[in-house]
Design a protein around this ligand. Sequence first.
Ligand code: PMP
Length: 284
Amino acid sequence: MKELTYFNGEFVEPGEKCVSIDDRGYCFGDGVYEVTRVYNGRCFAFSYHQDRLYRSMREMDIPVKMPPDDLQELHEIMIEQSGITDGYIYLQITRGVSPRHHAYDRSKLEPTMLMYIRPIEEDLSKLAAGVKAISLPDERWLHVDIKTLNLIPNILAQTKAEKKFAYSAILFRDDVCTEGATSNVFAVKDGILYTHPANNLILKGITRQMIVTKVAPSLGVTVIEKACSREFIENADELFFTDTIGGVIPITKLDRKPVGNGEPGPVTMRLRDGYEKLLHEGMA
Ligand code: PMP
C-alpha cells in the first residue's frame, strides 16, 4: 500500500513536480476541489462527487478537460495502483498558470490538475462517542455552494474551534445556522430532522444528500430543510455534523452546554448506523 500522486497527466513522486509560482490556485485560491471516500476498495458515491465537481467548474468558468468516464477510470486506477482500500482521493483543479492579474483570459489558460490517494489513519469509530462544537459567525462569501479552494473563513473558524478543544464550529449567519466549518449540520427536535436548505449559503454535502434522500427516508425519519435559528439549535434534542470522511458525527456539547442529555442521540445513532450500512454496501 502506498500513497499515489497524479499531476497534470502523470503519476509523480510527492515533491517531484513543482507548482508554478504563477499558478492561479497558488496565487488566488482560484480553483475547485473534491474529496471522495474510498471504502472497501471503491469510491463511495462517485457520481455525486463528479456532478458536484463539474458544477463547481461550470460556476467558476473553468473548462473541463477530462470527460466523466476518464475521471472515473483515473480514480479506479489510483485505488488499484496504490492498494489503498480505506482512504480518500483528493482532486484539485486550478484555473491554470498566467502572470498575476485578477482577471483571467479563458482562452490562454490550461487548468492544473492534482490528485492524490491517501489512507485514513485516524480511528473514525471514536467519533461515535460524540464531539464538542463551538458556535461562530459565518463570515464566508455568498457562494459557498461552489467547492472552491478559497477556504480562509473555514480555516480560521476550524482553528478557533480546535484551540478551544472542540472538534469543529457550527456557523451562524444572521442568527441562522448554516453549516459547520468543514461539514453540514443537522438538528433533531421531537423526532424530526432539520437541516439548512441546499442553497448558496451551504455546501451541498454528499453525506448530507445521502442522509436526506436515502438514509432518513429508509428509516422513516422526516426531514425538513429549513434555516434554523440559534435558539432552535441551542434547544435541539440532538445535533450532528456530516462529512465524507467522518460520516455522521454526533455533537454532544455546544459552547460548553450539553446537547440534549449530553449523549449521542438515538435518532443520530440510527442515522449513523444507516449511513455506515450504505457505505458498506457501496454506491455509484
Ligand atoms: N460543508 C463544508 C464547508 C465542507 O467543507 C464539507 C466537506 N468537508 C461539507 C459541508 C460536507 O460535504 P461532504 O459530505 O460532501 O464531504
